[in-house]
Design a protein around this ligand. Structure first.
Ligand SMILES: [Zn+2]
Length: 233
């Protein structure tokens, strides 16, 4: 069994997100959309995110502005604004979510992902913080389809980051999905394996110092090594 969780980040983008939805709907495939708060609030964004939810996909928070990585901005007010305001925007639309994905720098995992203030907020708000284990770089050109296939074949459970933005995956998504459906025993899911779950319902799962720009004050696992398999050092 090969599992794949498809995630679409940085939207909604009217004119693009519809195409992604159509490609998924034609194959009855589930996905998770990590949306940018400002884009939800922009022209047509609200209608678009409502359409994503109506199609049965999950929606997560992917920051308010998607500008500086949280770990590069230690001021707790920045985390409150980027994370907290987007949770509020989605809740106001009747689309509450506890899922948050930090913006990365071109898909890199590192201490730029979260600041101590961001971690404290995510634990306090009982959020589920999701990263990834595959970034096929759909913004670079058509080779992303091969890179996605390769990571699906190499891993038991791939959590792939694609983008519903102009110049992202939409153009080749039909091709990519048809090729993925030929992978033997593939299961498309909206679940996330622990390795990409930094926090779940406010509890640290795979969260470690390698994801945070400094020490944080709350929610450290009481017993090092209980869950995180080497992540706590
Ligand atoms: Zn992003």
């Amino acid at each position: 069994m090969t599992r794949l969780t498809l995630t679409f980040d940085n939207g909604p983008t009217p004119g693009v997100t519809e195409r992604v939805l159509a490609s998924l709907a034609a194959r009855r495939l589930p996905a998770v959309f990590f949306v940018v708060g400002q884009r939800v609030l922009s022209d047509g964004g609200r209608r678009m995110v409502e359409q994503v939810a109506a199609a049965g996909h999950l929606i997560g928070n992917h920051s308010l502005t998607h500008t500086d990585a949280l770990g590069d901005r230690p001021d707790p007010a920045y985390a409150e604004r980027e994370i907290g305001e987007t949770f509020a925007v989605l809740a106001d639309l009747g689309l509450p979510t506890a899922m948050f994905r930090p913006p990365g720098n071109m898909g890199k995992i590192g201490s730029h992902l979260l600041s101590p203030g961001a971690v404290d907020l995510l634990l306090r708000e009982r959020s589920t913080t999701i990263v990834w284990n595959s970034v096929p770089r759909d913004w670079e050109g058509p080779e992303w389809v091969d890179r996605l296939l390769a990571s699906v074949r190499a891993q038991e459970h791939t959590v792939a980051v694609l983008h519903d933005i102009g110049g992202g995956c939409a153009e080749l998504l039909d091709t990519a999905l048809d090729r993925l459906l030929e992978v033997p025993d593939i299961e498309f899911t909206r679940e996330f394996p622990d390795e990409v779950v930094l926090t779940r319902d406010g509890q640290a799962v795979s969260l470690g110092p390698q994801h945070v720009s400094g020490p944080w004050s709350s929610g450290r696992p009481q017993s090092p090594g209980l869950r995180a398999e080497g992540a706590i050092t």
